[in-house]
Structure formats: structure tokens, C-alpha cells
Unconditional design. Structure first.
Length: 89
């Protein structure tokens, strides 16, 4: 093999890797764009262009969010655990 043959082989390998990398990149970007456009479909329930939850998608009803002034109640996840403060039994 001469130097010219090795050079042609290296150039062909670089071209092949470049073409395959560009193909995979275009495929990935195309998939992301197509999936991104499906998010902008309007639902029958809401006026927003983006589906906010799976429940909205299935029931075709807009989500009923609580107002900021709604009472929240007591939230203590450790309530009932470790009620004894002392070291006794």
C-alpha cells in the first residue's frame, strides 16, 4: 500500500463517520421537534396550548387548581412517631 492509498482510506473513513454522525444528529433533532409539536395541541378541556397533566388529557376537562388563599391544613409527616421525649419506656 502506498501513502496515497492510506490517505484515501483515512479520508473515506472520516467521510463515513461524519455522514453517520450527521444522520444520527438529524434523526434525533427531528424526533425532538416532532415530539415538541405534539405538546402544543389544544385539548378539548382547556384553553391552553399545552397539556398540563395526564388527567387533563384523559378526561378532556381543564384542571381545577386551588386558589392561593385556600386553607392548607396541618402537614406533619412525622406526626405520631417518636411521641416519647424522654429516654424511658
Amino acid at each position: 500500500m502506498s501513502v496515497g492509498d492510506i490517505l484515501q482510506l483515512v479520508i473515506a473513513a472520516v467521510k463515513g463517520l461524519t455522514v453517520s454522525a450527521v444522520f444520527v444528529l438529524v434523526l434525533f433533532i427531528g424526533f425532538c421537534v416532532i415530539v415538541g409539536f405534539t405538546k402544543t395541541k389544544k385539548t378539548a378541556g382547556g384553553a391552553a396550548a399545552v397539556v398540563k397533566s395526564l388527567d387533563e388529557r384523559l378526561t378532556h376537562q381543564p384542571m381545577a387548581y386551588l386558589p392561593p388563599t385556600a386553607p392548607r391544613g396541618h402537614a406533619d409527616p412525622l406526626e405520631g412517631f417518636g411521641t416519647r421525649r424522654g429516654g424511658g419506656t
